[in-house]
Design a protein around this ligand. Sequence first.
Ligand code: C2E
Ligand code: MG
Ligand code: MG
Length: 259
Amino acid sequence: MRLTGGVVTNAELVSDLGEASARGELFAVFQPQFDLANGSIVAAEALCRWRHPKHGIVPPDTFIPLAEATGAIGAIGRFMLDQGLRAVVAWRRLGLPIGVSVNVSPVQLSTEDLVDHLGERIEAHSLPAGALTVELTESRPLDDFADIADRLRRVRALGIGVALDDFGAGHASPEHLEQLPVTEVKLDKSIVQSGTDATWRELAERLRGARARDLTVVAEGIETPSHLRRARDLLCDRAQGFLLGRPLERASFDALLAR
Ligand code: C2E
Ligand code: MG
Ligand code: MG
């Protein structure tokens, strides 16, 4: 992999990643989600960034899989949850009832006692559970499906939202929309950016089923006005993408909210 500091080996990143959280090198950015009906910001997705002391910003697509393999994902997940919940508390103090979504991989769901931790942190921040959504990112096929489904049911029982991330992308299984206890589906950017007519009908059918179950449909990767039109054609509830708002550090995100 090539980062700003040159070519870096995974082994080097792996050894640094173990300390990244404790050294304060991780930070969260927040990307707004817009309600397509009225254009207001209704939620934010918290996305993790790693500022490596030597190599600069390492993208999550690089370090999250490494963190999953080494177990460092546990500390990263707790950090991101905390950042997300703190943000929601601050927004509520300003009278802005904006929800937050944090990404959770199947690895996190199966190796950590994540569900208890989610419940504890929501309570510690005195927040309604509905202010939080966990986005299930299918970084690999779910071999322990029954276990994952069970944990997600426990997450739902707490009142926390569950989103199926990257829906329609290669590695995410479309059947999971019916099989898992989800409250939200996030269409992968490939759908609005380059979805073909062949996949379109099946997708539209599944989304009709999702809407009948009151699921929120979010379109990701809105980069152009035509992507936005496609999101509207698919009757999406919300949209997220560079055209509408990039991921921002808290101070900048708060400034955006204030406008
Ligand atoms: P994701 O959860 O699907 O997040 C959306 C990704 O799309 C983000 O990339 C975001 O910056 C990017 N994006 C947003 N709008 C646009 C757009 O209009 N065009 C394009 N091309 N991209 C857009 P990012 O931040 O690099 O994150 C990549 C992935 O890394 C995430 O995909 C998620 O799977 C994972 N990730 C990020 N943060 C965390 C985390 O805290 N925990 C876990 N487990 N995974 C995370
Ligand atoms: Mg996500
Ligand atoms: Mg996604």
